[in-house]
Design a protein around this ligand. Structure first.
Ligand code: M6R
Length: 598
């Protein structure tokens, strides 16, 4: 949700900023802009993509900031594009977050001329006012952020000031230490081609990023933030010859799934162990696990809940993070909250986890992003180890989240001596076989493409499945709607007849998941119901199950994980429907990868 980048060093800033912004475009793509500073300030910005900005050739400035926007306050226009400047045109600001009290702050700035509808512009004018009091940009920014209510990751440059000033509260900001200069960025992806050494700013930090070094203050004191080495390599965040990041990431799933279980399943003993730092006495005591997440991560939680309840005696509940309340009568000594977030920065999920922590409940964060706020704030971080996911539609991380929740379920059940050894052993074997099973589905991609083209003109699409296939039905529909813009809905199959059946016609393909463990025989009845209303049925089956559906895809036998494998067919189907319609697959309209506002 908005990406920011900054560079200060000995090389021209412009190409570094542009390249960085292109890698951050998945965070927002309504408008883009950069500001270059030396003794003067030059700003280039406009609505549209980074590649649309009208840039000068051969700019030599070695200091600058950039921004790619997901609009909150103000339409995606040229005027509302960041960077925003003050009245003198010497201070430029990029911002990710929301200045909640911007109206009040504006009223305190009589005589200042505002040129945009954004909440951010007020920050530039406040800095201008502070610079009348102090020539030190870092001091000016420190004074300004103290007056802001809301969230911010800020990058600021000013003419004649030889550093970038950065500040963070509730929106992510990373400092990168390169050979030819230092960086700030919303996440590590734009930094990988320059450096793997990064620090994560904490809430309340204000940093002065100069070519010669980085100084960070918090609450008036200088502070050290540890330098981490990022393991992802630069090519992991490139398209690697695929038409879209989404397709590349769908194809990366076998590898991602291997990484998700690496070191977590004993290949001989067939036992999972996550080496949790939470005390065993606590794990033995809990009687409820509350899973919280949004979107695709929420669907992974629905799958994870069923795995937890299948393997152990612990009750598992799932809530949309934006709706989460601890609930009355919860005993922190008996409750565990698990927040699942690919980005680790989703505002709704963070709010839910903080709500739990405030009542003394222990939290585990399941995330893909090392150093993310979820990872840092939770009692325990479990990394899904999927590698960077750039496509706005989450694909490989869904499977990796389910697998990580599966190993968590196994670990907890084992710790509590509640694990049926046969069931546990079989799930461990299935987890080991999962990458190969997913590869078998990927090998059928060209058939899925043909089917997708045949049905792409449906007026709406319905996805149905029971038990473990029910979250996959929801996920299949989400994937299709977000990238194809077609109406798509997922249901537990039994619910169809309680209302949605009224929408079914011969023009609404129904995708049914009929794998083992998903009560396929009952779902078959629902297939009959839609067929008798004329709907074409695409079925994903296992175990050579017969059926009279129009199209059938088969997944290998894989016990509790069969619906997860079926999901890969649904991802490919969504991709090819959207591709055949010429949609903006990696950057669907109105969406952003990391949703850092509530
Ligand atoms: O980073 P998170 O996992 O917290 O993101 C949650 C959702 O915003 C995300 O899964 C979203 O639904 C995806 N774009 C769906 O493909």
């Amino acid at each position: 949700m908005c990406g920011i980048i900054g560079y200060v060093g000995e090389s021209p800033a412009q190409p570094r900023l542009v390249d960085g912004l292109q890698k951050l475009e998945y965070r927002g793509y309504d408008s883009a802009g950069i500001a270059l500073a030396d003794e003067a300030l030059s700003v280039f910005k406009q609505a549209g993509l980074v590649g649309d900005i009208d840039l000068p050739a051969g700019a030599t400035q070695t200091r600058g900031i950039g921004h790619t926007r997901w609009s909150t306050h103000g339409k995606p226009t040229d005027a509302n594009a960041h960077p925003h400047t003050d009245c003198t045109g010497t201070v430029a600001v990029v911002h990710n977050g929301i200045v909640g009290n911007y109206d009040d702050l504006r009223r305190d700035l009589p005589g200042h001329e505002f040129t945009s509808e954004t909440d951010t512009e007020v920050v530039a004018h406040l800095i201008e006012a502070e610079l009348e009091r102090t020539p030190d940009l870092r001091e000016a920014v420190t004074a300004v952020v103290e007056r802001i209510d809301g969230s911010y990751a800020l990058g600021v440059v000013a003419a004649g000031y030889d550093a970038i000033v950065a500040a963070r509260r509730s929106s992510p900001l990373v400092v990168g230490y390169g050979d030819d200069g230092n960086f700030i960025a919303s996440d590590v992806t734009p930094l990988l081609s320059h450096t793997r050494s990064v620090s994560y700013l904490e809430d309340g930090d204000v940093a002065r990023i100069a070519h010669g070094g980085v100084e960070i203050w918090n609450d008036g004191q200088t502070v050290d933030r540890p330098i981490h080495t990022i393991e992802w390599d630069a090519t992991a965040a490139e398209k690697g010859g695929y038409d879209h990041y989404m397709l590349k990431e769908i194809y990366e799933q076998p590898q991602a799934l291997r990484q998700a279980i690496a070191g977590r399943i004993d290949p001989v003993e067939k036992r999972a162990d996550l080496n949790l730092s939470l005390p065993e006495t606590f794990l033995n005591r809990i009687d409820e696990i509350q899973l919280v997440a949004c979107g695709t991560s929420y669907h992974a939680c629905l799958y994870g809940k069923q795995l937890i309840e299948t393997l152990s005696d612990v009750r598992a509940t799932v809530e949309f993070a934006s709706e989460y309340t601890v609930g009355s009568g919860r005993n922190p000594e008996r409750t565990l909250v698990v927040g699942v977030s690919q980005s680790g920065e989703t505002a709704d999920t963070l709010r839910a986890l903080r709500t739990a922590r405030r009542t003394g409940i222990r939290t585990i964060g399941v995330t893909n992003t090392v150093g993310s706020t979820v990872a840092r704030e939770c009692d325990e971080a479990l990394y899904i180890q999927a590698g960077p996911e750039i496509g706005v539609a989450a694909t490989k991380t869904f499977g990796s989240q389910v697998v990580t929740l599966g190993t968590l379920a196994l670990t907890i059940a084992d710790t509590r001596n509640e694990l049926n050894p046969t069931v546990g052993r079989e799930l461990c074997e299935n987890l080991q076989d999962l990458p190969g099973a997913v590869q078998q589905v990927l090998d059928h991609d060209s058939t899925v493409e043909e089917v997708a083209r045949e049905y792409a003109d449906g007026t709406a699409f319905f996805f149905i499945g029971r038990r473990l296939a029910s979250p996959v039905a929801l996920e299949g529909a989400l994937k299709l709607k977000e990238i194809s813009y077609d109406h798509a809905e997922g249901f537990p199959a039994g619910e169809l007849k309680h209302g949605p059946l009224a929408l079914v016609t011969d023009d609404t393909p129904v995708i049914a998941i009929l794998t083992d463990g998903a009560r396929p025989d009952e779902t078959k009845n629902n297939v009959k119901e839609v067929q008798s209303r004329g709907a074409p049925v695409i079925a994903v089956t296992s175990g050579g199950r017969e059926g009279d559906h129009d199209i059938g895809f088969e997944v290998p036998d894989l016990g509790l994980l069969e619906p997860l494998v079926a999901n890969v067919y649904l991802q490919l189907f969504a991709y090819h429907v959207a591709h055949s319609k010429g949609r903006s697959i990696d950057r669907p309209r109105n969406l952003a990868k990391s949703v850092t506002v509530e």
